[in-house]
Design a protein around this ligand. Structure first.
Ligand code: UD1
Length: 363
């Protein structure tokens, strides 16, 4: 059985790494990897391949940046001939980025089965490009690997056959479990002893100069009490420069490699973010997380984890920060099946499908 994985952007890499590793242990499965090139900077892409032990891609489509339509169209037109040439038995796509949806559309038209890893998540907010990617990918996928029970419920509500849904747990937590011991050995030379860790990249927070100014002003205010460490996404860096946003007193860094960032998260007094994955990682780590969004497609992190949604309301952000700094942070639990073995469960399900294919090819 030939499985082809498609990745494109930073949050895909920590999801594909453990799945590829789990499938590598299975006889009769061969794998190939296509990188669409949606993220292309060394520190947004290459460092993750090195640290996570992902093999070099067999093909890099080199699509680069563009509008949503341009990016999606480029991935589709460059991926189609690759899919036709490689003739995989199954294509695995990850998460909710534009590359995920583009590859799923191509495969379903070529009648190539698709598996979606991290299926079923819904923010119910169609102004988010990721929500559109999730809805389309899940409608087209043949195997839907969900991280939590809410994912199964969302898919059933959308009419997806329960036979296609496999609740396996969270593959991103597999990478975390695997690399946390290494991260905890990292020295924190040069970093403050106690700090808040900030990440920001959603268009709704960074593309509007007034919204960005309010959020960053709040961080500058916080820095009077607590050091603020802020690895800056390329989009956000461009906006800060363009709007002349005042970032004085903040520790601005380049986007960080996986293990360094994990070390920073694990030791943070609080994490302030608009990322999807970081809401999950902080829940696993038991670190307080304030999410600068009105909704989340990962409700389990607010229901049983350490996550609190603050929208872009900086007075709510300030009051939640005061609670945390006063030692009254929300306590959380680790959600079921976030145990470092989700990828093994995916490999098991795929191997079961591979068996009849093998038998067929022998006859
Ligand atoms: C994408 C994903 C988002 C994910 C995020 C993580 C979609 C719709 N969005 O958003 O879900 O949370 O990745 O980062 O797919 N850029 C660089 N170098 C790079 C990559 C991007 O400079 O290596 C700049 C480009 O100018 C680009 C901009 O960042 O235009 C945004 O990149 P893009 O891939 O469109 O979306 P992200 O905001 O990164």
């Amino acid at each position: 059985m030939h499985i082809l994985h498609v990745v494109g952007a930073r949050p895909n890499f920590m999801k594909t790494a453990p799945v590829m590793a789990a499938l590598r242990k299975r006889p009769n499965i061969i794998q190939s990897l296509v990188h669409t090139g949606q993220h292309y900077d060394k520190n947004m892409s290459d460092v993750f391949f090195e640290e996570l032990g992902i093999p070099a891609p067999d093909v890099n489509l080199g699509v680069g940046s563009g509008t949503h339509a341009q990016l999606t169209a480029e991935v589709m037109s460059r991926f189609e001939p690759v899919a036709l040439e490689k003739k995989p038995d199954l294509v695995l796509v990850y998460g909710d980025v534009n590359s995920t949806m583009a590859a799923a559309v191509v495969c379903s038209k070529l009648l190539i089965p698709v598996g979606h890893v991290e299926a079923g998540l819904r923010s119910f907010d169609r102004t988010m490009p990721e929500e559109i990617n999730r809805l389309i990918t899940d409608q087209l996928a043949d195997y839907l690997f969900t991280p939590s029970e809410d994912g199964d419920r969302n898919l059933c509500r959308e009419g997806i056959s329960p036979h296609k849904i496999h609740r396996v747990g969270n593959v991103m937590i597999d990478s975390l479990v695997h690399l946390l011991p290494l991260a905890m050995k990292h020295k924190t030379n040069g970093f403050p002893h106690r700090y808040a860790l900030v990440t920001l990249h959603r268009p709704s927070n960074v593309d509007d100069s007034q919204v960005l100014k309010r959020i960053v002003e709040c961080m500058v205010g916080l820095s009077a009490e607590l050091d603020v460490v802020f690895p800056v996404h390329p989009r956000t860096r461009r906006r800060i420069r363009e709007f002349g946003t005042n970032t004085s007193n903040l520790h601005l860094l380049e986007p960080m490699p996986y293990v360094d960032f994990l070390a920073l998260q694990a030791r943070a007094a609080v994490v302030i973010t608009d990322s999807g994955g970081i809401q999950e990682e902080t829940t696993y780590l038991g670190v307080p997380c304030l999410t600068l969004r009105h909704n989340t497609e990962r409700p389990v992190t607010t229901e049983i984890g350490t996550n609190i949604l603050v929208g872009n309301d900086t007075s709510k952000l300030r009051s939640e920060l005061s609670n945390i700094l006063a030692g009254n942070a929300k306590q959380g639990k680790i959600p079921p099946l976030w145990d470092g073995r989700a990828s093994e469960r995916i490999a098991q399900i795929i191997a079961q499908q591979a068996a009849p294919l093998e038998a067929e090819s022998r006859t």
